[in-house]
Design a protein around this ligand. Structure first.
Ligand code: ZN
Length: 440
């Protein structure tokens, strides 16, 4: 099939105007001018996306699809009361409810142009929903609420579930990983045991880190709201944590920070923490809307850039984000950098973060993240922002934009897309060569 549009933005090479992509089976075979492609491959089915840009599918680095039915608790509130509401709400959910909720979220994500997701699932429903809806991604099985007793049984149960889900996922688009939830919902023994499990099997890991200042408070002084919270859920800390300065130091001491680890949120980090994260070779995902909603602060993205720690963006769940607009997430995330850099801000950075950089963080960049021959056909069509509505029709055509942006990076196009694109403008979504949204 040939997909064509006003412009193709491959990310790893300059934009191509009035161009198309030849997709055969699950792969990108050719990118060329629409005219030439149609001449060369006259028998191929052709879908033209008028006034759209074709981009690689977006990569969402943090979500909990199974909480997609929890939109009613999504309102500005403090973190702990929100978490308690979430736990209470979870108590009334059946296995079927979890799957339905995750399915609902997965469909919404596809509609928003997200074709690959790093999703955390406590129940396993997230993995099932990914497989059913045809999303690509990493499904991290979550370990949460394990105290100091019965740790080996808990880990055994967890491992069995993980192995079961892995075989259910098969050789498809989903890879399984492990998510020890956080330091305030798992005892030190549980964190140690899960580290052994992931090390033995080289599982990718994601963990919530320094989302709130309370985590550092717990580690530094053994006090604060999380101490009370953890005790209430039967999670006494068996060791005095106060020998550590921060949650990052504590997790590093447990051996949980390395190149397979994606740390989520990272709002409260010191310079020492950043140095440690850099040396440990972890990657970071920020969730700006969720952080705003739960009033936990803003991740120091300028510091991530300064320390050259790879980072990307995630939406988090619909329990703390009203939607899955990843374009808006990246704008919020990079705003401090854009303000700092003014005219020299690289708008392409935002688009790369949504695609190639996200894919790199998940180590999927050999498959996805850019539009190139031989890569998997994860492609979205996004309506071009109508920046030139005050110009004559002839000048409005995006073909003419090439004349105003001769430079290789396509900075004008990048700027407009970065500044104005939204999930609502997504008109077509293809994952692995299959159109899952926007079929003509
Ligand atoms: Zn999360």
């Amino acid at each position: 099939m040939i997909l064509s549009a006003s412009v193709v933005l491959p990310i790893t090479s300059p934009p191509v105007y009035e161009a198309g992509i030849l997709v055969q089976d699950d792969q990108i075979v050719e990118i060329d001018s629409t005219e030439r492609l149609l001449k060369r491959f006259p028998r191929e089915k052709h879908l033209h996306l008028e006034d759209c840009a074709l981009l690689p599918g977006l990569v969402n680095l943090h979500s909990h699809l199974e909480y997609s039915f929890f939109g009613d608790i999504c309102r500005p509130t403090a973190f702990l009361p929100w978490l308690q509401r979430l736990i209470k709400r979870s108590g009334s959910f059946s296995d079927d409810d979890w799957v339905e909720s995750a399915r609902f979220g997965a469909r919404k994500m596809l509609q928003a142009g997200i074709t690959c997701v790093a999703d955390i699932t406590r129940t396993g429903a997230g993995a099932v929903a990914l497989k059913e809806t045809g999303l690509r991604g990493m499904s991290y099985l979550e370990l949460v609420g394990v105290g100091s007793s019965d740790v080996s049984q808990e880990i055994e149960r967890f491992e069995n579930k993980l192995v079961g889900l892995s075989s259910l996922m098969g050789e498809g688009l989903i890879q399984m990983g492990v998510s020890p939830h956080s330091i305030y919902t798992l005892s030190e023994e549980a964190l140690r045991a899960v580290r052994e499990l992931v090390d033995q099997n080289e599982y990718p890991v994601t963990i919530h880190l320094a989302e709130t200042a309370h985590e550092n408070e717990l580690v530094r002084c053994g006090s604060g709201p999380f101490r009370v919270f953890s005790k209430r859920f039967g999670l006494p800390f068996t060791k005095e944590l106060d020998k550590f300065h921060s949650v990052a130091e504590y997790l590093d001491d447990l051996g949980l920070l390395n190149e397979r680890t994606l740390v989520a949120h990272c709002v409260h980090l010191s310079d020492e923490d950043l140095k440690l994260l850099k040396e440990a070779k972890v990657t970071i995902v920020t969730c700006p809307t969720s952080n705003q909603m739960l009033r936990v602060g803003q991740a120091p993205v300028d510091e991530f850039l300064r320390w050259e720690i790879p980072f990307g963006v995630g939406t988090d769940s619909l329990a703390s984000n009203p939607g899955f607009d990843l374009f808006s997430e990246v704008r919020k995330s990079l705003k401090p950098i854009q303000v700092n850099e003014g005219n020299s801000f690289d708008f392409g950075l935002g688009l790369r973060m949504l695609t190639l950089e996200g894919a790199k963080i998940l180590k999927f960049d050999n498959l996805i993240g850019s539009l190139e021959k031989g890569k998997k056909a994860d492609i979205i069509a996004v309506k071009l922002p109508s920046i030139s509505s005050d110009l004559p029709a002839s000048a409005r055509r995006w073909t003419s934009a090439s004349s105003v942006e001769p430079q290789a990076g396509g900075q004008n196009l990048s700027r407009e897309l970065y500044s104005k694109a939204s999930s609502e403008g997504v008109k077509m979504v293809m994952v692995n060569g299959r159109i899952v949204m926007g079929k003509p």
